[in-house]
Design a protein around this ligand. Structure first.
Ligand SMILES: [Zn+2]
Length: 502
């Protein structure tokens, strides 16, 4: 059951008042003391200052197995509303003695929960200060406060180090969710399917998840859609699609750990194409049948360059980090592309410089992810800088030309009014995150020299592979490799909201 607003308002006010602890941890701790128990609730967030309820504490997810059945909207003029039902099987390890733990889930209704084979019944959310003794699960869905939490209180409780298999059966109508800025994201229902793009915390709109990149996991998918539709997720297909009774199941395995925001399971009228690079990397593209002729032509030209771009990035940095690549190009109105892991999603067209940008993210953002959302310039600055490098390598403007173009922006322009290493949750996708970010990297390259710059970048990509890192970690590596103190450089370029003087 999904709780409705009037009840929730009361709970959430208290929750927010407690500084983000949904489960009234103070009371629990007191009771724990009395009883001598060490079991406490897992935190309702991963500790990200920008999105305090994204992700969760108290456990580490190893694997998500998602069995989804999706019915896209009917033809116009029916509303653009789909229907999703799912069974998520989540393998996790408790990292503390857990009385209860949370998953993030938005707009979906939970019908059943099992922990290690043991059914957990739906319960009424406890009143503030109340700690229910028995097993139960409950949901908080507060769109205004942007708090969407599923709490599971299993019995027996989970001991630190214990593995648990959590099976959540859920479903609901799919709509067109919006992020904190009002942009479409998550499971974006389209007339012909869904474009699934979860950055920064939109994956919770389609499966129960610890929706923060600090808890990377592997994935497998079985996505059942009406016969004729194609469902494309991360990784590689597990066998051929299976059709029965008017439905087709598409199965995918993504064995490389990935951040939750990089998960996709897009559904549409796609033409699937299988190829491989000269170095043997499988490439699977899914291109919507209904692109306009101009968008189709730009997309063909962009996708044809993917193998060369991969070789260019491998030769410049380190080998491609995952088991496959390819692009999903959807005819939709989302209006942006996202670097979903090993299979970016593009809205309407995959143009050359967007393609190289999303490809660059496979190294910068996906293999090495920002530890906190405030570090997003590490994603976008690098991906933009790779666009500059690609331009130079293919006879276009040089990186220096692009840098000079940014530095020609007058100091009084508001472009410079952003400390890119802490842009705030509404500033994640400001232009300066991209362009000042890239200019910062070019200035850094000029400062330390090409040898140290590329050597340090390879250290960055190797040391934090399959993990997350911060701006401070980047600075440390560049200091280590170059032997220079870069404190004032980073202060000026990423921490100060004025134009750097060089
Ligand atoms: Zn990007």
């Amino acid at each position: 059951m999904r709780l409705r607003k009037p009840v929730l308002g009361v709970i959430v006010v208290v929750v927010v008042g407690l500084g983000g602890l949904v489960l009234t941890a103070g009371t629990t701790a007191a009771q724990g003391g009395l009883l001598g128990a060490r079991y406490t609730p897992g935190a309702p967030g991963a500790g990200d200052a920008y999105f305090p309820y994204a992700g969760n504490g108290g456990y580490d997810v190893q694997h998500y197995d998602l069995a989804l059945t999706y019915t896209p909207p009917a033809a116009a003029p029916a509303p653009i509303v789909g229907r999703l039902s799912g069974v998520a099987t989540i393998d996790l390890v408790a990292t503390q003695d857990l009385n209860s733990f949370n998953l993030d889930l938005r707009g979906m209704d939970v019908q059943a929960v099992k922990v290690n084979g043991q059914g957990v019944r739906e319960a009424t959310p406890p009143a503030p200060g109340d700690v229910p003794a028995g097993p139960g699960y409950w949901q908080i869905q507060d769109d205004d406060a942007r708090v969407w939490e599923l709490t599971i209180q299993p019995r027996p409780k989970l001991k630190q180090g214990q593995t648990a298999r959590v099976v959540v059966t859920y479903g609901g109508d799919t709509v067109r969710p919006e992020d904190i800025e009002g942009a479409l994201y998550g499971w974006v229902t389209t007339r012909d399917g869904a474009m699934v793009v979860g950055e920064p915390e939109g994956s919770m709109t389609w499966y129960p998840v610890s929706d923060h990149q600090t808890d990377k996991a592997t994935y497998s998918f079985d996505i059942t859609v009406p016969e004729g539709k194609v469902a494309v997720a991360n990784g590689l297909p597990r066998g051929d699609p299976v059709t029965a009774g008017g439905w087709t199941t598409w199965s995918w395995d993504a064995p490389d750990e990935q951040a939750s925001y990089l998960t996709t399971a897009s559904v549409g009228d796609y033409d699937l194409r299988f190829s491989q690079t000269t170095r043997g990397l499988p490439v699977i593209d899914a291109v919507d049948d209904n692109l306009t002729p101009a968008n189709a032509a730009a997309t063909e030209a962009g996708l044809a360059l993917q193998a060369d771009m991969i070789a260019f990035l491998e030769d410049t940095f380190v080998p491609y980090p995952f088991n496959s690549y390819g692009s999903i190009v959807d005819d939709d109105s989302v209006g942006y592309a996202l670097e979903t892991q090993n299979r970016p999603v593009y809205s309407r067209a995959a143009r050359e410089f967007t393609v190289v940008h999303e490809l660059a993210h496979q190294w910068f953002g996906n293999a090495v992810s920002p530890q906190r959302w405030q570090d997003i310039w590490l994603n976008e600055g690098w991906a933009t800088y790779v666009e500059w490098l690609w331009s130079e390598a293919t006879g276009g403007d040089s990186a220096q030309d692009n840098f000079d173009g940014i530095m020609a922006i007058p100091a009084e322009d508001e472009f410079w009014d952003l400390a890119i290493a802490d842009p705030g949750p509404l500033g994640l996708f400001e232009g300066a995150i991209y362009d000042r970010g890239a200019a910062t990297l070019h200035a850094l390259r000029t400062r330390v020299g090409d040898d140290a710059f590329f050597a340090a970048t390879r250290v960055w990509l190797t040391r934090y592979d399959d993990s997350t890192a911060t701006t401070e970690n980047l600075q440390s590596i560049f200091e280590e490799v170059s032997g220079q103190d870069l404190g004032s450089f980073f202060d000026v370029w990423v921490h100060t909201p004025t134009k750097p003087t060089i």
